[in-house]
Design a protein around this ligand. Structure first.
Ligand SMILES: NC(=O)c1ccc[n+]([C@@H]2O[C@H](COP(=O)([O-])OP(=O)(O)OC[C@H]3O[C@@H](n4cnc5c(N)ncnc54)[C@H](OP(=O)(O)O)[C@@H]3O)[C@@H](O)[C@H]2O)c1
Length: 311
């Protein structure tokens, strides 16, 4: 694959398209929002903190010919996800790009408003419910793309199906394992979403990306990584390239992309990223979907495309 320059993306002119970016006020989400807005998309920055969101909108608005706005979204609350989707549906008939980017990494023990372990609840379940609640708007777009932002850390992840219903306690919480599980869930969700889009014969597609190691606020709970950021991490703009590739290249459907450099930690270009065997397990992907529907209480059906009526 030759080096990817977003200027040469297949979908380089996003005029008239609508994009939602979660966690758009910081790091990779902000870099992604800037790039999509500069291409003419109307960008909805889905953020939990109103002040940070307002600052980020002001930043992106400097080059946003299609317009940019913030809408409140806390992925750690299913009520907030529902309210965001309702507000979005009021305003927009179709959604062209959904960038499921927001995330937390190895925070101190905590639960979401609905009682899920914070990382699994925010990084996976919140995005699962959001995508489900926006699915009719995705299907209303000519060829929507959903991008899930995962991590190399998915490789250490396992989905512990036996404990999904009973979140850890402060004593049993293992922060790194929980992050790995949530990032593996991002990839399994992408796999199953693309499979279901294809089975339904719809034009919408799914793809996944990881940013390698990028200097953002994500490392706030990992002091060592934070200290090493200036030495090893790449910029958020560079780290967002795989997400942009997954969003803007026609051939990216069903794929998983990361930086093209050694070990995938950084790179000037974008390359297909390797998934662990667990991230390619189609039966685990289907099982996770069923669990996610049950845990979130959101039924995620993708109706088959109706054949055009005979003349
Ligand atoms: N940076 C890396 O090296 C790296 C590596 C692998 C994968 N990733 C992935 O990249 C994605 C973006 O992370 P980043 O590096 O850009 O980190 P970041 O700068 O900390 O940005 C994370 C964003 O997610 C938002 N967020 C967190 N919890 C949320 C919630 N409950 N509801 C709504 N938004 C929430 C944050 O909002 P606040 O500002 O309000 O906290 C922030 O806008 C994450 O999915 C992460 O797992 C990053």
């Amino acid at each position: 694959m030759s080096a990817f320059h977003p200027e040469t993306a297949d979908q380089n002119d996003l005029s008239g398209r609508v994009a939602v970016v979660t966690g758009a006020n910081s790091g990779l989400g902000l870099a992604t929002a800037r790039a999509l807005a500069a291409r003419g998309a109307h960008v909805v920055m889905a953020c939990r903190n109103p002040q940070k969101a307002a600052d980020a909108v002001a930043d992106v608005a400097a080059n946003a010919p299609g317009g940019v706005e913030a809408m409140p979204l806390d992925l750690a609350s299913l009520k907030s996800v529902e309210a965001f989707a309702a507000a979005f549906r009021e305003r927009f008939a179709a959604l062209d790009l959904l960038i499921n980017n927001a995330g937390v990494m190895v925070p101190p023990f905590g639960l979401t408003a609905d009682g899920f372990e914070l990382q699994f609840g925010t990084n996976h379940l919140g995005h699962f419910a959001l995508t489900a609640r926006l699915s009719d708007r995705l299907l209303a777009a000519p060829r929507a793309r959903v991008v899930n932002v995962s991590s190399i850390a998915h490789r250490a992840g396992r989905i512990d199906f036996d404990t999904l219903d009973t979140p850890p306690t402060a004593a049993t919480y293992r922060a790194t394992a929980a992050y790995g599980q949530s990032k593996l869930a991002n990839l399994l969700f992408s796999l199953e979403l693309q499979r279901r889009f294809t089975a339904a014969g719809v034009a919408a597609t799914a793809a996944a990306a990881h940013p390698g190691w990028s200097s953002t606020n994500l490392q706030v709970n990992m002091r060592i990584a934070e200290l090493m950021n200036p030495l090893f991490a790449q910029s958020p703009a560079q780290g967002a390239l795989p997400t942009l590739y997954a969003a803007l290249m026609d051939s990216a459907a069903g794929g998983y992309f990361g930086p093209d450099g050694f070990t995938g930690m950084r790179g000037k270009g974008v390359a297909p990223a390797s998934r662990s065997a667990r991230a390619q397990d189609v039966s685990a992907a289907e099982r996770l979907w069923t669990h996610s529907e049950r845990l979130t209480g959101v039924h995620f059906d993708i109706p088959a495309r109706r054949a055009p009526a005979a003349a």
